[in-house]
Design a protein around this ligand. Structure first.
Ligand code: IPE
Ligand code: IPE
Ligand code: MG
Ligand code: MG
Ligand code: MG
Length: 316
């Protein structure tokens, strides 16, 4: 029986609206000559930013912010700041995909239904586009926020930089280990946590940090933060489990990226180590657990419940 907080979200609709919001904000932020020349750099950057990503991480940032701020003081400028940070998160994510697809990494020719960045523009350009995107993510936090305090900016930079330096990159390095060294549950759990869940956790924490402008001294909110953090980590691992399952069970057209790639690349994945059914069960349990974290916070967050379900049930 769903709780009151779980009712009434049309998730597909919600995702579409939030995705449009992020895309429009991206266009506003990048509508500047300095992000046009040289086109040899910025065209490839825009190619990988406006190519149909689901925007799950940016949306999680917005959704967490909205859940906390709901029915309280809301202001356009702070909404603006949250959208900027959502764009920063999506920049980090998108550049990680460009580098993940490189021939020296996963050697993947397709991404989001189109040739991957290095296929379209060449390897050297893809590396440099990724470099610019990573740096731009932090530049936007510094330059394109209006109302958040210095302390909040600091916290956001800390969440995002740590998710990358101590999460995504170490996770990607471990993912390159020979398969015999990572053919066990403990290792793939560690890799999934680092390469994927840490950035998803940071996304919800950034949303919470921005919302806290009006709630800094609220003890309920402070207590809620550790549950929100665990929520992010759990749905983050579930996200990677489902990604691994879809690589086996879906097709290239639906995924928009090459299916069956993990086996070809000798990757150790959840289905490889524990089988598809156990992987599904593990993702379901993680999402259940994640939702029980939400039940322990005094915030109505129907959309976060729905997003957790979406992560489990998604087909691409
Ligand atoms: C793919 O992420 C990479 C993983 C961490 C599994 P997404 O499935 O969120 O990719 P896009 O942004 O929607 O293309
Ligand atoms: C990538 O994991 C995780 C990143 C941090 C980029 P995968 O290699 O499984 O992602 P896909 O399947 O290529 O999107
Ligand atoms: Mg990879
Ligand atoms: Mg890959
Ligand atoms: Mg994958």
């Amino acid at each position: 029986m769903p709780t009151k907080a779980e009712f009434n979200i049309n998730i597909e609709n919600y995702l579409r609206v939030q995705r449009d919001l992020i895309d429009r904000h991206f266009k506003t932020l990048l509508d500047d000559n300095k992000y046009t020349n040289p086109k040899e750099l910025w065209d490839p950057v825009k190619y990988s930013l406006f190519n149909g990503g689901k925007r799950v991480r940016g949306i999680l940032c917005l959704a967490t912010y909205e859940s906390i701020i709901e029915n309280k003081l809301s202001c356009e400028d702070i909404d603006y700041d949250c959208k900027t940070v959502a764009c920063s998160i999506e920049l980090i994510h998108a550049m990680s995909l460009i580098h993940d697809d490189l021939p020296s990494m996963d050697n993947d020719d397709f991404r989001r239904g189109k040739p991957s960045n290095h296929k379209a523009f060449g390897e050297a350009t893809a590396i440099l586009a990724g470099d610019a995107m990573l740096s731009l993510a932090f530049q936007l936090v510094a330059e394109n926020t209006k109302k958040i305090s210095k302390e909040q900016k600091n916290e956001i930079v800390k969440f995002l930089s740590r998710a990358f330096t101590l999460g995504l990159v170490p996770g990607q390095i471990l993912d390159l280990l020979p398969i015999k060294e990572k053919n066990n549950l403990k290792t793939i759990e560690n890799i999934a946590t680092l390469k994927t869940a840490e950035l998803i956790k940071a996304s919800v924490m950034c949303g919470a940090s921005i919302a806290n402008k009006y709630e800094a001294n609220n003890p309920d909110i402070k207590k809620a933060l550790s549950h929100i953090e665990s929520f992010g980590l759990k749905i983050g691992v579930a996200f990677q489990i489902i990604d691994d399952i879809l690589d086996v069970t879906s097709d290239t057209k639906t995924l928009g990226k090459t299916s069956g790639k993990d086996e070809k690349q000798n990757k150790s994945t959840y289905p490889f180590v524990i089988g598809i059914e156990s992987s599904k069960k593990m993702a379901q349990d993680l999402v259940l657990d994640a939702k029980s974290e939400l039940k322990r916070i005094p915030i109505e967050s129907p959309v976060l419940y729905s997003l957790a379900d979406y992560i489990l049930n998604r087909i691409s």
